[in-house]
Design a protein. Structure first.
Length: 144
């Protein structure tokens, strides 16, 4: 028996319990017959609205699924049209902006050499970091 809970289905369940328990006693308590009849109507209307709400939920899910399918289709078509326009005008053409597409930016070499990070610090690209060397002197020889 649903004695607690505030959701609509739990409340309807409590209404059904009191209605079912009161039904056999209506002969001995006729003054409750009017209230019992009103409660029965409320239960019937609530169940009807619950069924309608479930049907609307199902319809809403179907509508949303159709919307998503259309969105995917639209994105696919836009991509295909964009690819065709890029092929026609070129990937770097400013004309693509008219269609809401971003032209590719021209890439070239850096004007300044890139900085490579090393353990001792940073050096411009193409140069070797200075490493400590052994003092210059005669090579070591083996004596026998």
């Amino acid at each position: 028996m649903a004695t607690k809970g505030s959701t609509v289905p739990e409340r309807i369940a409590r209404w059904k319990v009191i209605s079912a328990g009161l039904k056999p006693l209506l002969g001995t308590m006729p003054h409750l017959a009017d209230l019992h009849g009103q409660l029965e109507q409320v239960i019937a209307q609530s169940e009807e609205l619950d069924a309608r709400a479930e049907a609307l939920k199902a319809e809403s899910r179907a509508v949303n699924a159709n919307r998503e399918a259309l969105a995917k289709s639209g994105d696919d078509l836009r991509g295909r049209l964009g690819a065709s326009l890029q092929t026609t005008y070129g990937f770097k053409s400013e004309k693509l902006i008219e269609f809401g597409l971003k032209p590719r930016k021209a890439r070239g070499r850096d004007k300044q050499p890139r900085i490579k990070k090393t353990q001792g610090g940073t050096t411009p690209a193409g140069t070797k970091p200075e490493t400590p060397t052994a003092p210059a002197g005669p090579p070591a020889t083996k004596s026998t």
